[in-house]
Every structure is written in C-alpha cells, then in structure tokens.
Design a protein around this ligand. Structure first.
Ligand SMILES: [Zn+2]
Length: 317
C-alpha cells in the first residue's frame, strides 16, 4: 500500500523540540522573534522607538512615544499566565504534532499540571486557532456539505440528542480537483437564513459553489457567483466526485475527535473544536513548522481569561 505523503511526513521530533525549546531562555527568544520579528512595535501606538528595563526579574519595553510599558507576554495569549513558557511550548508541541486531538486529561499528564490548568491551556490554544481561521474565506470552486458531530446524519435532525451538533464542511478545490483549504463551521440549523449567514462568512462572493441537491445548503446560492446542485443519493455520496474530498475530511475530523472528546458535550465549544481541526487541515503540508506557526498565532491573539473561555458559545449559532 503506498504511503500517504501527508500522513508520513516527518514532523518535529521530540529531540529536536527539546534542543530548540528546552529552556525558558530559548522559549523567550523564540516568542520575541515571533512577536516582533523586525524589533519592538508598540501595541498601543505602533511606535518603534523604545527603551528597555528590568523590574522584578522581568524585562519591560517602554514606548518612547506613548510611554506605555509592555512585557514579552502582555497582550498575547500568554498574558498573565503563571506557567513558564517551556510548559506552554510543550503544549504547542503536543497539540500540533499529535495525529488526533489531545484531550485536556492527556495534556494534564504530559505537562504535569492540574486538570483545570490543562483545560485552560488547551482551550486558549484552540481559541487562538479558531480566531485565526475565522478570517479565512474560501474562493474558486468550493464543495460544501452538512454533517453532524456526535451523531449520525440519518434520523431526527437536531432533535432527540443535545449532543448532536450540525456543522458545514466546505472544501476549496484547485483546477485539478485537489483540495486546498477547508472550513468547518457550526451552524444553528439548516434554515435559509442560517445558510446565507454561513455563506457570507465563509465564502468569497466570486465562489463557484457545489452542494448536494438533496441537502439544505442550496440557500447559499443567493450570495455566490454560481451554484451547482448535484443530487447525491446516500449510497453514492462517499465516492461521487466532487464530494469525495469533503467526505474524506468529514470522516477524518470525526475520527480525530471520536477518540478524544467522546465524553464531552460538543455543543458548548463546537466552534473551538472545529476551529482546531480546520487550522490543522489548512496547514497539513508542513507538520514540522506547525509549532512555530501556532506560536506566531498565539503571539497575535488577544488574552482569553478563563471565565470568558468558559462562557464563550458557538459564534456562528
Ligand atoms: Zn506607544
């Protein structure tokens, strides 16, 4: 059986990770390079002129223009965290280099922290990934289908099971029909208004959209350049071009989540779980650089306090 080049790519070995990010000083230097690659830029006014000083063992950057003071972590996802950066980097490694999603319980064991801390770390990283991916708009030829997390597609749709969450999977294909980017979005229901809202958020207006003619995504036709509806019977759906890729991604996503989140209710944090999956799929060609990539994302994500993380419900609902 031929090896799948994406599945068998080398990634980052634990040895290499430890050599690069094994000490607090290495992690600080990596975050500094990632946050301010061209040197300090004031988060408040954009000024570059600054002075630095050390107080209580911590380095501060003071903007010469607006006089505001900043630490390396202030204003980033790592803001006000009591954890050393080495622990955060280990979490970046575990979240990105695992084939499947990693549970907060596994993270707790690997990092040697409390469950609550592991939960917080994990959800902050997921939030950073989801926010980064939220801005993505698919363009060109896009194939979309609806699916459910936590339940099978057949049966009562959205009823009888609070754990069953509908979402839309959309795949952008290149001229040869190869998948480029994806979006996975929670959707409140499949009524026309919700589908139109989804299409406005997920797709460029120039998109050529292909959907299953029997499913309910046809309402998106109102906001895209062209729309093709192909009638797909349940028996055909997994094989029929062009639905092959969207079905493959839906199946992979369910497999990755099934082993990890089976005890959890999906519905409260669906946008974060789907955001993580989307982030990883859209960077699937370069597993090795994913640690640096997620670091870059975290350095540009606003702080997420725990009470906010626990309150946040699906944005698209
Ligand atoms: Zn400033």
């Amino acid at each position: 059986m031929p090896q799948n080049p994406i599945q068998f790519q080398p990634g980052m070995s634990l040895t290499e990770f430890t050599q690069n990010y094994g000490t607090e000083a290495q992690c600080e230097a990596a975050l500094l390079r990632s946050r301010w690659p061209e040197g300090f830029v004031c988060p408040d006014c954009g000024g570059r002129a600054h002075s630095t000083f050390v107080a209580d063992g911590r380095q501060y950057w003071q903007c010469s223009h607006c006089r505001s003071q900043h630490t390396l972590c202030s204003g980033t996802l790592f803001h006000a965290s009591k954890l050393p950066l080495t622990t955060w980097f280990q979490a970046l490694y575990l979240v990105t280099q695992n084939k499947n999603c990693i549970s907060a319980l596994s993270l707790k064991r690997h990092l040697g922290v409390s469950y609550r801390t592991a939960w917080r770390v994990k959800h902050k990283l997921l939030e950073a990934m989801a926010e980064r991916e939220d801005r993505r708009r698919l363009d060109g030829v896009v194939v979309a289908d609806d699916a459910y997390l936590g339940g099978k597609r057949a049966g009562k749709r959205g009823r009888g099971s609070e754990n069953k969450v509908p979402f839309v999977a959309a795949v952008e294909l290149d001229e040869d029909g190869h998948p480029q980017h994806v979006r996975f979005d929670p959707i409140a229901d499949l009524k026309a208004a919700s589908v139109v809202d989804w299409a406005r958020q997920a797709l460029e207006p120039t998109v050529q959209l292909v959907t299953d003619g029997l499913a309910s995504l046809g309402a998106a036709a109102a906001v895209v350049a062209t729309h093709g509806a192909i009638i797909v019977t349940p028996r055909q759906s997994s094989d029929l071009e062009p639905f092959r890729w969207v079905n493959t991604f839906i199946a992979n996503l369910k497999t990755a989540m099934r082993g990890t989140y089976h005890h959890f209710k999906f519905n409260k944090y669906t946008h974060r779980y789907l955001g993580e999956a989307q982030y990883r799929v859209n960077r699937r060609f370069d597993l090795h650089s994913l640690v640096g990539c997620l670091l870059h994302t975290c350095a540009r994500t606003a702080p997420c306090p725990e009470h906010w993380l626990r309150l946040a419900v699906a944005r698209a609902a």
